[in-house]
Write a protein that binds this ligand. Structure first.
Ligand SMILES: NC(=O)c1ccc[n+]([C@@H]2O[C@H](COP(=O)([O-])OP(=O)(O)OC[C@H]3O[C@@H](n4cnc5c(N)ncnc54)[C@H](OP(=O)(O)O)[C@@H]3O)[C@@H](O)[C@H]2O)c1
Length: 405
């Protein structure tokens, strides 16, 4: 499908540039489309930060007709956060991706945070490199839990299950148990993470990696997160969950339940976010190759143009905007083929959701990730992906991007 054949008067000056490869061509067309659609964009940009336009204190936001409460960092200035947690010690257990991001943000927010990790592991060294001091704010797991009032369980999900028989007796009345994923308590039949009945159990799940939690905080912005309450024994669990969300570096906080958080998260990463999109890239690429297209052409039409030109437009302004920014030829085909793809894929997504909800995905993940050699096994699988023709072609295409020359 070529976006270059049909162009309006406004696009004609671009005619000469259309002799360039298709991937770039559509970008030029998109650029012209941007001019034409600028009024729409301007209006949309003005309307985009809906939350910012709310009167302070009013946080009910209309998401396509469904009203939801959204909580914002602006209501928790640093003095209020420090006052709220002045009697707390936040014991953050595990210092992987989330531990690093959340821990450093808590420390920069001036809160009393300590890290608990095993002494012989990689995380201990990572924590020291980040300025945590053994005996002062870096301890072994048990010691950190004994000192903490809010226990942030940021071990890997498999490790949460493995270590729970040892950790559970230490979560005594008066402490709060915090997670960043609903995984362990929701799938307790599989993980055996049965929480004590006399403590608040809360969740804050950043919608991004720990690195992003940290980098957005350093830029003075906040990541979007969901928060939830699993068990409220003090009557203050919700407020605590929101305060914790802000303290770890969230900008806006969306309320959910532990169940909904874990179901949507496992589903999304297996679907459009990672597994599904990889499957779709592979299917499109393979057909192009079977039909005699070169690796570079197949890659450009499948991945490069998607990630470099079109998907960022979806991210910024929405699907209709991206369609509008492409040629009428491209637009016609995309609109016609959408239902075919949706109908073909929906049963797969339904199977996936079932597999998440009935615990099959959790079972698989726990079994696989508890194997002593799981890291080596993943590395082997990633090596296989790395060696697929599509991704080898991608490496060569990336090297030719303007910014790399
Ligand atoms: N990563 C994300 O993008 C993300 C996003 C949102 C939510 N979450 C959630 O946040 C939580 C933490 O995830 P993460 O990705 O930050 O984890 P991770 O990077 O996999 O961190 C693993 C941590 O667990 C420790 N650990 C592993 N096995 C252990 C064991 N048997 N005993 C003691 N410690 C052990 C590791 O210590 P050693 O170095 O000593 O092995 C390390 O500190 C999870 O619930 C996850 O679902 C993650």
């Amino acid at each position: 499908m070529s976006a270059s054949r049909t162009f309006s008067k406004a696009l004609r000056p671009l005619g000469r540039q259309l002799a360039t490869p298709a991937a770039q061509r559509r970008t030029f067309v998109a650029a012209a489309g941007l001019v034409r659609a600028s009024a729409v964009a301007a209006a949309r940009t003005a309307a985009a930060p809906v939350a910012k336009q709310q009167t302070r204190g009013v946080k009910t936001i209309d998401f396509a007709g469904s009203k939801e409460d959204v909580y914002e960092r602006a209501d928790w200035p640093i003095e209020k956060l420090q006052e709220y947690f002045k009697n707390d010690t936040l014991a953050l257990i595990g210092y992987g991706s989330q531990g690093h991001g959340q821990g450093l943000n808590l420390r920069d927010n001036g809160l009393n945070v300590i890290i608990g990790v095993r002494k012989n592991g990689k995380s201990w060294q990572d924590a020291i490199q980040d300025g945590w001091v053994p005996g002062k704010n870096l301890f072994e797991v048990d010691e950190a839990i004994s000192k903490g009032t809010i226990i942030m369980n940021l071990l890997s999900d498999a490790a949460q299950s493995e270590t729970w028989p040892h950790i559970k007796p230490q979560i005594t009345k008066g402490k709060t148990l915090y997670f960043s994923h609903g995984f362990s308590p929701v799938f307790k039949d599989l993980t055996h993470v049965e929480v004590p009945t006399d403590v608040d159990v809360i969740l804050c799940a950043p919608k991004g990696s720990g690195r992003t939690v940290r980098s957005l905080f350093k830029e003075g912005r906040g990541i979007n997160s969901s928060f939830a309450v699993y068990q409220d024994v003090t009557g203050k669990a919700k407020e605590k969950a929101i305060a914790m969300g802000v303290a770890i570096g969230s900008g806006y906080l969306y309320e959910t339940t532990f169940e909904k958080e874990v179901h949507s998260d496992l589903y999304g990463e297996r679907g459009c976010l990672m597994g599904g999109i990889h499957g779709m890239f592979l299917a499109q690429y393979e057909v192009l190759r079977e039909q005699g297209h070169s690796p570079s052409e197949a890659f450009n039409e499948t991945v490069e143009e998607a990630t470099q030109s079109l998907y960022p437009l979806i991210g910024k302004y929405g699907m209709d905007y991206m369609f509008e920014a492409c040629s009428t030829t491209a637009r016609r085909g995309a609109i016609d083929w959408t239902p075919r793809f949706k109908d073909a894929l929906k049963p797969v997504f339904s199977d996936l959701y079932k597999s998440v909800k009935d615990g099959s995905e959790t079972k698989r993940s726990l079994e696989y990730n508890s194997q002593p050699d799981y890291r080596e096994k993943y590395e082997k699988e990633l090596e296989e992906i790395r060696n697929l023709e599509i991704w080898r072609a991608g490496k060569a295409v990336r090297a030719l991007r303007p910014e790399n020359n």
